[in-house]
Design a binder for this molecule. Sequence first.
Ligand code: HEM
Length: 222
Amino acid sequence: MKKREAEYEFSIGLRLTHWIRAIAIVILVITGFYLAYVFIAPEISSEPNLFLQAKIRFVHLVAGFVLMAAMLYKSYLFLFDKHSRKELVSIKDFINPRVWIEQIKFYLFLGEHPHLHGVYNPLQFIAYLGFYIVLALICITGLVLHVHMYHGGLGGMIYEIMRPIEAMMGGLSEVRTIHHLSMNIIILFIPVHVYMAVFNAVKGQDGAMDAIISGYKFKVQK
Ligand code: HEM
């Protein structure tokens, strides 16, 4: 049997923010679908205070703010945390055309996996960058929608900041459309992301899936 050596890849902050975001996104997609198209109704009652829509919107908002907090913390880690340096260093591989070609060959079963300086290969890096842009867009449009609902607290505080963004996007109805379309992109991203993670782990035989849970993958000694 080949000897395997454990290698620390993902810090606790990175793993936690990954799973917090994953759970928040699932809650946001389910509640978001309800907000877009009311697919359940409360039991008929003479009481005028069932407020199902408001309750589901509340859950949506709580998950939305958790997502935003996790994203801000993750961005801080990416830029400043020394354990996350390997992520930042991936930019080196991202701008190297040789690594791009070798990586594509690897996916086409035409060559070995290229040697990387960082943790992400260039295709992974561009996919994550795109995903972050969509996440930022859904958060910004979510905040624009939010300031029209809650005029106190944070909603009131950022009202004046969000209004020009709303105008730039073409008005509130366009903002809602962009918010909804971003959700569809996120829904498409998830199965591709899971498939690619499993593919890399199986083909690379390095426990790459374990790393997002335990923090460690392993190097097989040749
Ligand atoms: C993965 C992230 C998210 C997904 C998938 C998502 C999905 C959705 C969807 C589908 C809608 C209904 C839009 C429509 O009318 O067609 C919606 C509404 C809304 N979302 Fe999000 N959203 C996300 C993040 C956020 C965030 C971060 C906020 C921030 C506060 C937010 C705040 C809102 C608000 C205020 C509404 C309007 C609720 C209403 O009309 O009553 N969302 N969301």
